[in-house]
Design a protein. Sequence first.
Length: 146
Amino acid sequence: MNSMTFPALVADRPPLPRRPTPHERDGRQSAPSSGRPHPQQAVGDADPAIVEAPRRVIDAQIGPRQPGAIYQNQDGAFEVIALIRDPKRARELLRRRCAQWALIVRDVLRPDGEPFAIGSVWTTSDHLVREAREFADASCGEEVAR
């Protein structure tokens, strides 16, 4: 009963135990030499099947939308100006952290249609109006005869 009426002084208490060291640095330990707690493997070391699977997913999301193609959906009809497969550039264009690709399209139903970037996936409601044209040299724009 005495402890209830007279609380123990802070100096009389034993120190609280320290928490275990967290995964991230909190200043109590030195920095790892590599800069990362778990070094990553180079992409070249990965199994080709592991690298191929994400590429197939991205190809399915893009669908037949290659530069020069025109496709139509419920939002309108669009000509594909460019296909960006560089994830860093796609993230900048779409302002999304998870973007892996982007398309730059132009609305062909509007005479003043300005090109803009999209990241929507190819769905069953989209249909191709005109296939992409193949170019022999992208810099000069000459068509390849089929």
